[in-house]
Design a protein around this ligand. Structure first.
Ligand code: GLC
Length: 749
């Protein structure tokens, strides 16, 4: 409907007629009680259709994108108060124009504008799995804050992030969007991201509503196939998959999004167990739940609802407050209420939850407060944002191998930069970016060229594509390698091989990339491999034979700069894997929280009648928490202030860590626990705390952890969260498979 020139004319007309307030009258934000009163007053005025209208969310592509057949009715629905929120409308111009349409409605209730701002809006940060590898909660929070600043300056009120699904199957494409396999790390990161997006309190124009998604257990899709069933024990659900959602709720996350999967037979969208019993009941959650795209109507193909009306009835009853794009509420809910099949009280509760957020954002006082053309221009061009993106990218990079201290590069005379990702830009942004100008992304080749300066020659050959079987580029790549002191080979996945609906049955390096590595290896030149991907990959030949291996994930706008910083040693990598890297597909799903079983392998190779494979070890290629440094660290002097704890008591765990190398570095000190005997078998180790510290060469720091009773607890067979008396093994280490100090602890009856 609104082509770009008519849109700007339309907008100018509105501005000239003063129909749009050009500056917001500064009004004191309403307190909670006043907001509830205002909502009650509005509800009393609202017709049934207007109430249902607040529950409808549609994609803006229909009204701001190229012509579509839905545009007119969608605009009419907006003008008649039949739409509560839009997604995929971005930028001040479009949000102002569409908001102006909504304010033509009888009650002038403003729209919420939402978008998938997952790891940056215009400035792209590393994919969330890459950021998780930093284990740096402050950097992760800052990344979300920068994304919120840019989005809020562009008319966006609400992001569909953080995705807090625990992902333990690298075949699933959305592992790129989360924080990896561990519940404790995932919960800490969930909190950091919520606070980064929302700040301490909603209402500022440098903060946006966050959304904890996808509720719940979406990451456990059977066989790693997206949108598939999820079957799991209640104990697993509560112990592994729910805690990051609870952490987000405790951090004040404004909204939740439910998920496409069924949980033990019931679609999450229709699950009152998840949405009413747990979220709005036990957790007393005050925000609202938006369905995932079309998930309400998808209960029909699931075979859980007869038709859209049945799906709408089930979804509202189950606690799905807003309907993203399935048109089920819009077309059937009023009739369902009139016929008594749906409860108007539940409808009113959903409306109240949605209106509460609009008040908290200040949209009733000033519906255009987030749509300021001047602020948009200033914030989107803030150079500090690229500084933050470079910092986040540096911290996300994981050094997997470094044989003979090949890295950092010792100012070589020439570097052969080879591989299908060497000059890639769009790929470095990864999946889930919405506006980034990908021509502004710094490629690895650009980063190295800038950093190398005139003393080092950079030579380039592509070698091969990411996918496909052509080896036509090998010869030129080999010739280029022969002329250089060192080879930097950039391989991995393309950006669209991970993300939503991007499950892969084979997570080995795609195409002939490992063959290219072997061809280059035959030249005898030192080879540094930089892998970029949205998931753990399998690359055993490279892992075995490369002189050094860096995992860059998809590092974002400043990815090439950050990789050059690490390659030249301007930054000493401190990243640690948030996910296990398997040796082969047959080990999947594989994560570090293994169980001893009744027949553990106690001696390598002794696998007769043991819980083992006859064709591969049980251990991963790279373990959760693994990450090398250009320096080394010594762990020492472990002390616990009390070896026995009475119920409810805490213990202080103390150790020293020394940088025993020649360069400064960062270390993530990880604390793991094992409950040796309990009413349910417990994993061999569980991450219970960590601290990331920086140490100068020779420097020693004392690190202290507090072991609270909560850290000894687990969900027992009665689903009670409780610690049981008995003995615990305490482990301090640099990785889940690199334990440096151990001790015992007893919890007294
Ligand atoms: C998608 C995703 C969800 C996203 C939503 C809006 O299908 O599952 O994570 O926020 O639709 O784009």
């Amino acid at each position: 409907m609104l082509s770009s020139n008519s849109r700007s004319f339309f907008l100018a007309a509105l501005l000239l007629t003063g129909a749009l307030p050009t500056t917001a009258q500064k009004t004191k934000p309403l307190d909670a009680a006043a907001i509830e009163q205002r909502i009650t007053g509005l509800l009393q005025q609202m017709t049934l259709e207007e109430k249902v209208g607040q529950l409808n969310q549609y994609s803006g592509r229909e009204v701001t994108g190229p012509a579509s057949n839905r545009k007119t009715d969608l605009l009419n629905s907006i003008r008649s108060g039949q739409v509560g929120s839009m997604l995929n409308v971005k930028g001040v111009q479009d949000t102002r124009a569409i908001q102006a349409e909504a304010l033509k409605s009888r009650l002038k209730i403003p729209l919420l504008f939402s978008l998938d701002v997952i790891h940056g809006y215009q400035t792209v940060f590393p994919i969330p799995l890459g950021e998780a590898a930093s284990w740096d909660l402050a950097a992760i929070r800052e990344s979300a804050h920068v994304a919120a600043r840019e989005a809020a300056a562009s008319g966006i009120h609400w992001t569909f992030a953080p995705m807090v699904d625990i992902g333990r199957d690298p075949r699933w494409g959305r592992v790129m969007e989360g924080a990896g396999e561990d519940t404790y790390l995932g919960a800490q990161i969930a909190r950091a991201r919520v606070l980064g997006f929302q700040g301490e309190k909603l209402g500022g124009t440098d903060a946006i509503m966050a959304c904890a998604k996808h509720f719940a257990a979406y990451g456990a899709a059977l066989a790693g196939r997206d949108y598939n069933v999820v079957d799991m024990s209640e104990q697993q659900l509560w112990e592994v998959y729910l805690p990051p959602f609870k952490a987000a709720a405790d951090a004040g996350v404004a909204t939740f999004m439910n998920s496409f999967n069924t949980l033990n037979g019931v679609p999450a969208t229709g699950s009152s167990y998840l949405q009413r019993d747990i979220l709005k009941g036990q957790w007393n959650y005050p925000g609202f739940v938006v369905s995932d795209w079309g998930s309400i109507a998808e209960m029909v193909p699931w075979g859980y609802a007869r038709d859209k009306a049945d799906a709408a009835q089930k979804a509202l009853a189950a606690g799905s407050d807003m309907d993203m794009e399935s048109d089920a509420y819009h077309t059937t809910l009023a009739q369902l209420v009139k016929s008594g099949q749906s409860d108007e009280k539940q409808l009113d509760d959903a409306v109240r939850r949605i209106l509460r957020k609009k008040f908290e954002l200040g949209l009733f006082e000033d519906p255009y407060k987030f749509s300021d053309l001047k602020r948009e221009k200033k914030v989107l061009n803030d150079p500090q944002h690229r500084v933050a993106a470079r910092d986040a990218a540096r911290k996300s990079i994981v050094l997997l191998e470094n044989r003979n201290n090949t890295l950092p590069l010792a100012q070589p005379r020439s570097i052969a930069v080879i591989g299908p990702l060497a000059k890639a830009k769009r790929d470095l942004a990864g999946s889930w970016i919405v506006l980034a100008d990908t021509t502004q992304i710094t490629s690895l080749h650009d980063g190295l060229s800038k950093r190398a300066g005139k003393n080092t020659q950079i030579r380039y050959a592509k070698g091969c594509e990411v996918e496909g079987s052509s080896r036509a580029g090998f010869a030129a790549a080999v010739e280029t390698a022969k002329t250089a002191d060192v080879v930097v080979l950039a391989v991995g996945e393309t950006w669209d091989m991970s993300g939503e609906a991007k499950s892969r049955t084979d997570i080995r390096l795609p195409g002939v990339q490992e063959e290219l590595f072997q061809a280059l290896k035959a030249t005898g030149k030192p080879i540094v491999v930089v892998l970029m991907a949205g998931r753990p990959l399998i690359f055993n030949t490279i892992a075995d034979q490369a002189d050094a291996v860096l995992y860059g994930w998809f590092p974002g706008s400043e990815g090439g700069t950050a990789l050059a910083d690490v390659l030249f040693g301007d930054y000493n990598p401190g990243g640690k894997l948030p996910s296990t890297f398997p040796r082969n597909m047959g080990q999947i799903p594989l994560n570090y929280q293994q169980y001893n079983t009744g027949r553990p392998v106690t001696k390598p190779g002794d696998i007769r009648y043991k819980s083992a494979y006859i064709d591969a070890p049980n251990t991963p290629r790279y373990a959760f928490g693994h990450g090398l440094s250009y320096t080394t660290f010594k762990y020492d002097a472990l002390k616990i202030d009390k070896a026995s704890l009475a119920a409810g008591q805490s213990a202080q765990v103390q150790l020293t860590v020394t940088n025993t190398g020649k360069v400064a570095g960062e270390e993530v000190v990880q604390l793991y626990l094992r409950d040796l005997v309990a009413s349910v078998a417990r994993p061999l180790k569980e991450l219970k705390d960590f601290q990331k510290i920086s140490l100068r060469p020779g420097e020693t720091k004392t690190v202290t952890f507090t072991l609270t009773p909560d850290k000894l607890a687990f969900y027992n067979r009665q689903l009670q969260w409780a610690a049981e008396p008995g003995e615990f093994q305490l482990m301090l280490g640099s990785a889940s498979d690199d334990i440096r100090l151990e001790s015992r602890l007893t919890l007294l009856p």
